[in-house]
Design a protein around this ligand. Structure first.
Ligand code: TRP
Length: 335
């Protein structure tokens, strides 16, 4: 790791295939940040099992997600790409931090309330302590910045609270991280219900565009995207009145680099029939090289496993340093 550079940590759960939302909201900005920062990019598989997974699917998606990270432009030499379960310090620090996190604090987390409502038959303790594991992820690397979507901001805040409490008792052990919501980290909404975030665990496959979707599937989903019944059918940015159109404009803007004004001008007088397939084409072209490179990388499992092994080794080295300090501070006997 280069001296003088700030440290970033972020992660995505391999709990579903990566989507347009994962790419525009996270991966794309991760690539942009990787020049300027020391970056740790994780596959949060420990977090994934808070919701029941099919084991073979989880394993397959994990390796595929590593391939996508690399194909999307994350150079495994410049970034530490690793699988969370490969670095035991995450689970170990999470246990310690559990003892410095209050029941009441965790009960107030909005994601816990949402997920318990959605998984009423499996409200397990892991779902409850999820933010503590996430705090461990961040604090182990003494991260300065944590790029996350707006929905994860509360988790970075509780991480700061836990770190502040721990530091208050034992001195400066943890650096306090800042949430970092990338500008290009636009919130991409579902194509069929634009009032909801596009989610990889979405139940409506038409609402969600996957990074590895075939071009014809991408085109079909965009042609079917919900717009509105505005009789003018005019491409105009108004998220409150026309959330579907605004979402498509955001996608087109991030995919092409054009501003919203330029997009309004480009489609003035053309209506949605012309607009929707153009957005689809832009996304097809954006994803084509990533999909082709992912397919190529997936042919070479040994290479991908090598990336994970090297990443876990580098990550462990940094994580162990923090964990040893914590163990000493809380009074565990030397090993
Ligand atoms: N909870 C995050 C999500 O679902 C994933 C995650 C796990 C994460 N650990 C992290 C993100 C640490 C940032 C930092 O999106």
């Amino acid at each position: 790791m280069e001296q003088g550079k700030k440290t970033i940590l972020s992660g995505i759960q391999p709990s579903g295939d990566l989507t347009l939302g994962s790419y525009l909201g996270a991966l794309k900005s991760w690539v942009e940040l990787s020049e300027e920062y020391n970056c740790y990019y994780m596959l949060a598989d420990l977090h994934s099992i808070t919701v029941r997974q099919v084991p073979a699917d989880l394993r397959r998606r994990t390796l595929t997600q590593v391939a996508v990270y690399v194909a999307a432009g994350l150079d495994p030499e410049k970034n530490v790409l690793f699988v969370q379960s490969h670095v035991p310090a995450h689970a170990e620090l999470a246990w310690v931090l559990n003892c410095y996190t209050m029941f009441g604090e965790l009960s107030r987390m909005t994601q816990f309330k949402d997920k318990s409502a959605k998984n009423a038959e499996n409200i397990n303790a892991g779902l409850f302590t999820y933010p503590v594991l996430m705090a461990a992820d961040i604090l182990l690397y003494q991260a300065d910045l944590v790029p996350v979507g707006a929905d994860q901001k509360q988790h970075v805040e509780i991480c700061r609270d836990i770190a502040t409490r721990f530091n208050g008792i034992y001195g400066d052990v943890f650096r306090l991280p800042e949430p970092f919501i990338p500008r290009s980290g636009a919130r991409i909404m579902s194509l069929t219900s634009p009032e909801h975030k596009m989610s990889k665990s979405d139940t409506d496959p038409n609402g969600c565009v996957y990074l590895l979707d075939k071009p014809e599937d991408i085109m079909r989903k965009f042609k079917k995207a919900v717009t509105d019944s505005d009789t003018e059918r005019c491409v105009h940015y108004d998220p409150a009145a026309k959330p579907g159109v605004a979402n498509l404009m955001t996608i087109y803007s991030v995919a092409t680099g054009k501003s919203l004004d330029e997009i309004e001008a480009e489609f003035s007088g053309l209506g949605y029939g012309a607009f929707k397939p153009r957005v689809g084409e832009a996304v097809v072209e954006l994803f084509r090289p990533i999909r082709e490179e992912t397919d190529r990388l997936l042919q070479d499992k040994a290479y991908l496993e090598g990336i994970c092994r090297a990443g876990a080794e580098k990550a462990s080295c940094a994580a162990e340093r923090t964990l040893r300090k914590v163990y000493k501070k809380v009074g565990f006997a030397a090993r």
